[in-house]
Design a binder for this molecule. Sequence first.
Ligand code: FAD
Ligand code: NAI
Length: 463
Amino acid sequence: MSDSFDVIVIGSGPGGYVCAIRAAQLGLKVACVEKSATLGGTCLNVGCIPSKALLQSSEEFDKAGHALKDHGVLVDGVKLDLARMQARKGEVVAANTKGVEFLFRKNKVTWLKGTGRITAPGTVDVDGTSYATKNIIIATGSDSVPLPGVTVDEKQIVTSTGALELEKVPGHLVVIGAGVIGLELGSVWRRLGAEVTVIEFLDRIVPGMDNEVATAFQRILQKQGLKFRLGMKVTGASTAADGVTLTMEPAKGGAAETLTVDIVLVAIGRRPYTEGLGLEEVGVALDERKRVKTDAHYATNVPGIYAIGDVIAGAMLAHKAEDEGVALAEILAGQAGHVNYGAIPGVVYTWPEVASVGQTEEELKAAGVAYTVGKFPFTANGRARAMGDTDGFVKILADKATDRLLGAHIIGPDAGTLIAELTTAIEFGASAEDVGRICHAHPTLSEVVKEAALAAEGRALHI
Ligand code: FAD
Ligand code: NAI
């Protein structure tokens, strides 16, 4: 036995690294096992951060080529330097992953480099060296769901990881799956000049998102040139030097068809990653979707073994993983860690952004809850007009009897920032009237939030 710890976290994604830092802050002796060459997990290396870097860069390119003209700014000869764009993305990723390394040193978290395997409760093997620990935390995250018949080579048929690394703008990119990854990365390559077709099994995009918002979202993306084939099932793919030929058929039955394109992005969801962890041997139970089963305190069925983040149930989001990491570290230090799952925002970083928190209208209907709706469009907001970004609206759902906020859905400029106010309001149990009576600076986009709250009581001012 080499060394002993209070806590060993396996995986250094946003769940694992934040948990390690918080546990160390609380005085525990902590190690974090990571098999990749850099810290930060999916999010920092091949997820949130590189995708947001490319979304930002492609947005600048798109603006220079189109939107700036409306502002009277004429930019001649806009050209794409994709190699520089990709290099910048690499620099952004490196700054973030190095940042986590710095935080580990600062907080005295030991990075155990290698692959972690649980050999018994209280023992973790890292590439042949055994470490003793009072608590083990599984934070091994997720990877992409494969599609039978469509074999990923990360060159012509890619997951999000390959789609972030393309060295050439594809002539025609097909995205399988109209979810968050497909629409964000589809937007990147569309803005950079690719023809983009999104093939989705269901008859709508972004399942789970408020219907009205999803419909508006699809319309806006179509205006930007994305094409959608809804209700279609991809049944196979074959690659050749000059492209990929997909076979597909209507999900509800009908004639098969083929489509030959340059690149195919498979983005049909992510699944928990527990390969090689030794869970079966130590008897850690999984649920029906192979996620590590935990109780309300993140404990598995094996004493001393806990799990957080994408590998357990719930939204696969970095901030959900982080908050679970903090809650669990506090529980292990004898405090009362807690996550309010009713107030976790979700953001799609397209343009415009789409953001939501709490329940959708469909969920309220299904639960038989009586509610009021307040809606206000960005077209009626002075700042949005000044920016030239008037697509979208804020929609607020409040309890009909008590006026308490139950859900908020925004499609529009900076929706991801605007949702923070409504998340805070829901966390504090605010009513729509509370939000409507708060003074919002003029002229800001946040006035659309205030007006939507007022609209829930039928008293919006500027419409
Ligand atoms: P991960 O980040 O997946 O980290 C797990 C780590 O564990 C990995 O580094 C892995 O190498 C390591 N590991 C696994 N097994 C072992 C082992 N046996 N030994 C040692 N190390 C091991 N979420 C958002 O909230 N916002 C976004 O904008 C966003 N964008 C995304 C974009 C893309 C393209 C993708 C793919 C995901 C995105 N996500 C986003 C989701 C987000 O990345 C995940 O929810 C988040 O990373 C989950 O964190 P985690 O700590 O649970 O696991
Ligand atoms: P997703 O679950 O968001 O969407 C997958 C889509 O694929 C769904 O619309 C589904 O109906 C469709 N689908 C499933 N099987 C199909 C098939 N055989 N053929 C055609 N369509 C099919 O999954 P996605 O986009 O892969 O993202 C995975 C996770 O990563 C998300 O759940 C999200 O939590 C996280 N993520 C978050 C981001 C953010 O917060 N901005 C950005 C990117 C990812």
